[in-house]
Write a protein that binds this ligand. Structure first.
Ligand code: URA
Length: 259
């Protein structure tokens, strides 16, 4: 392929990608290529033709389904990459798939998932409309135990790529393991919840990002002990308030915006 042909193809692919992702064409960079004969002898094609921004949620999901990076892959029926909208207001991060999620390949579809859907709906959110739901680890820990550091560590590269691609306005972090792992702290969830912290997702392929992150109790904690319901509702109200400040469309739907 000649340099001109490569440039035309790159423009076409990038424009199509922008339309699919955002519904409009971003002002593009110019792409510079050399002709095949001059190009192939010295450089691998991938360095010029596949820039980092060619990464996609589908690519990450496909890699997760093939991953053998920790022992959890050996027992899985299905890996659970996550699901939701591609430009979410909220990225919800749970801990790891349970039996129902392992069986279906979808996050939060069991009892805790049904409660999560109700929690989100109470503040105008859903995985169909404005959220993406993911987990710290993408394969089921046996007997629903907490994911171990040697499982969260290799899996975190997938979550980092998902965060970069999704670029959520806010992260809602469910449960102690997710909060402690993401925030790199041993502090109790009781002391972390109740306010937003700035989460520095510094090493995403899209560059450094700082995203407001709200830790709260996992819905399965509420299913075990109803007394967690009140603090979770307090946290959801904080989430709603933050989204009203950050997103005019959400604010309008919440009845707090300017028409
Ligand atoms: N609990 C989690 O943390 N994640 C799921 O996907 C399901 C239950």
């Amino acid at each position: 392929m000649t340099a001109d042909e490569k440039t035309s193809l790159a423009r076409l692919l990038f424009t199509a990608g922008d339309y699919l992702r955002d519904g409009f064409h971003l002002p593009g960079e110019e792409y510079s290529f050399s002709d095949d004969e001059a190009f192939y002898p010295d450089e691998p094609v991938i360095s010029a033709a596949v820039p980092v921004s060619a990464d996609s949620l589908e690519t990450v999901a496909a890699e997760i389904r093939e991953c053998t990076g920790c022992p959890l892959h050996g027992e899985r029926k299905n890996a659970v990459p996550g699901e939701g909208v591609a430009r979410p207001l909220v990225l919800v991060i749970g801990e790891g798939p349970g039996a129902d999620e392992d069986a279906s390949g979808r996050p939060f579809v069991g009892k805790a998932g049904q409660l999560l859907d109700k929690m989100l709906a109470s503040v105008g959110l859903s995985r169909e409309k404005n959220c993406f739901i993911a987990n710290m680890v993408k394969c089921r820990p046996p007997n629903n135990r907490d994911p171990l550091p040697e499982e969260t560590a290799p899996c975190s590269r997938f979550l980092t790529r998902q965060i970069g691609l999704l670029n959520p306005k806010v992260i809602l972090c469910l449960g102690r393991i997710s909060a402690q792992t993401l925030l790199k702290t041993g502090a109790s969830l009781g002391s972390l919840r109740g306010s937003f912290v700035s989460y520095h997702a510094g090493d995403t392929p899209q560059g450094a990002m700082t995203i407001p992150l709200l830790p709260t109790y996992h819905p399965s904690a509420i299913l075990r002990d109803e007394s967690y319901k009140r603090p979770v509702w307090e946290d959801l109200k904080l989430l709603r308030q933050m989204l009203i400040e950050k997103d005019p469309d959400y604010a309008l739907e919440a009845g707090e915006g300017e028409a």
